[in-house]
Design a protein around this ligand. Structure first.
Ligand code: SF4
Length: 395
């Protein structure tokens, strides 16, 4: 039987201290790790029946800081994943780690249990910049945790780097990348700092010494070139990998494939529905423990309409370097992408933001940098596309 494939995301919403720029849902001083683990296991049990026709080919334990969950609880959680889902032998199994919270024996244990990819949040090799970001670790601590990960047997490691951060210069970012490349991780994520509403950075934005836009643009494009020179091919706006080491789990998101998220703030795309949970760990635990209490943990829950499917497909496929395949688009939605969006495409192609080659539309580095803006211009639902889908053209 040819089973459908599924990705699993498990959110561990715990951090030792909130970083001043971070908008991810997490809490500090959390003392109910066993109770939270039990809630996650209950939720997995709830879904396991519905997933009996699926095979899991990627698992991602993210946060927050998963490596802050006590080892005993993490072991229960990992065993619970295997118990409730059919995880393929060669599945990609990622865990996020903060350099200040990993040790060799714990990493060895997780590696033995099947975790085969580690994602370490380094952000910068410059101490001043790390302090500016209010990170709790030093560069030296990152190097130690990286070495421990290799020693524990991880041969697939991602390192997160940030650009456009306070006090950063083009030269200091270049030095950070040199340090990371020297370590030869299989994957590097390079994120631009965004000032997220409600964070301390947003509150004090006027006091932050941020690189200006031209410098930030130069940081992004020169990083792409540098990483390419060292064998890290860009495959998505913020992601670079050695050949064959692209993150399979994240590719699921961008290829509009199904995944289930567990825990508060986690998102899912499953059986044509998109849903996410509220940002409250206590509400999440209460709801799982008292299923008859009528606690609504959904932040959103909707069926993906034909129009939303078109929008999502364009939005997600164009994030990837390989871009959008016009034949695939036509097959799915019964419409010629090039004709439908001719006016927008001409503007972006003529001005060097996009390219068209071998039936694919894709962003240039210049286009990648402003991709959010460009993508929004495509997101206007066209009723003709919806009609085509409704009349059975959707494959
Ligand atoms: S450690 Fe990660 S998840 Fe936690 S506050 Fe910092 S950036 Fe956010």
């Amino acid at each position: 039987m040819n089973r459908k494939k599924l990705g699993l995301y498990i959110h561990i919403p715990i951090c030792e201290k909130k970083c001043a720029y971070c908008d991810f849902y997490s809490v500090t001083h959390f003392e109910e790790c066993s109770r939270y683990t039990d809630s996650l296991l209950l939720q997995m049990e709830d879904f396991s029946k519905e997933c009996s026709s699926y095979e899991v080919d990627s698992v991602f334990i993210g946060g927050g800081t998963p490596t802050l969950l006590p080892k005993k609880n993490m072991v229960e959680l990992i065993n619970g994943i295997y118990r409730n889902f059919k995880v393929l032998k060669d599945a990609e199994f990622t865990m996020e780690a903060n350099p200040a919270s990993v040790d060799l024996s714990t990493l060895k244990k997780y590696r033995k249990l099947g975790v085969n990819r580690l994602s370490i949040g380094m952000q910068s090799a410059n101490e001043k910049e790390l302090r500016g970001l209010t990170r709790i670790h030093t560069f030296e601590e990152f190097c130690n945790s990286y070495a421990a990960a290799r020693k524990a047997g991880f041969d697939n490691i991602n390192v997160d780097v940030m650009y456009g951060i306070p006090m950063q210069t083009k030269e200091s970012l270049d030095r950070t990348l040199t340090e990371v490349i020297r370590l030869e991780p299989e994957h590097i994520s390079l994120y631009g700092l965004k000032i997220e509403e409600g964070t301390p950075f947003a509150k004090h934005e006027d006091k932050l010494v941020l690189p200006d836009e031209d410098v930030e643009y130069a940081m992004y494009t020169s990083s792409i070139e540098k990483l390419a020179r060292h064998g890290y091919k860009q495959y998505e706006i913020s992601n670079f990998a050695r050949k064959g080491r692209e993150c399979r789990h994240n590719l699921r998101y961008w290829n509009c494939e199904e995944y289930l998220g567990f825990g508060p703030a986690a998102h899912s795309y499953f059986k044509d529905r998109r849903f996410s949970y509220k940002r409250s760990v206590s509400m999440f635990m209460d709801a799982l423990e008292y299923p008859d209490a009528g606690i609504n943990i959904f932040e959103e829950d909707y069926e993906v309409t034909p129009s939303a499917r078109v929008d999502e497909y364009i939005m997600l496929q164009l994030r990837l370097n390989k871009g959008l395949d016009e034949n695939d688009f036509k097959e799915r939605f019964g419409v010629d992408f090039g004709e439908k969006y001719a006016k927008d495409l001409k503007l972006y192609l003529d001005n060097g933001f996009m390219k068209y080659e071998n039936g694919r539309y894709f962003f240039t580095p210049k286009g990648m940098y402003v991709s959010n803006y460009i993508l929004s211009s495509f997101l206007t639902f066209e009723s003709e596309i919806a009609d085509n889908i409704a009349s059975g053209l959707d494959k």
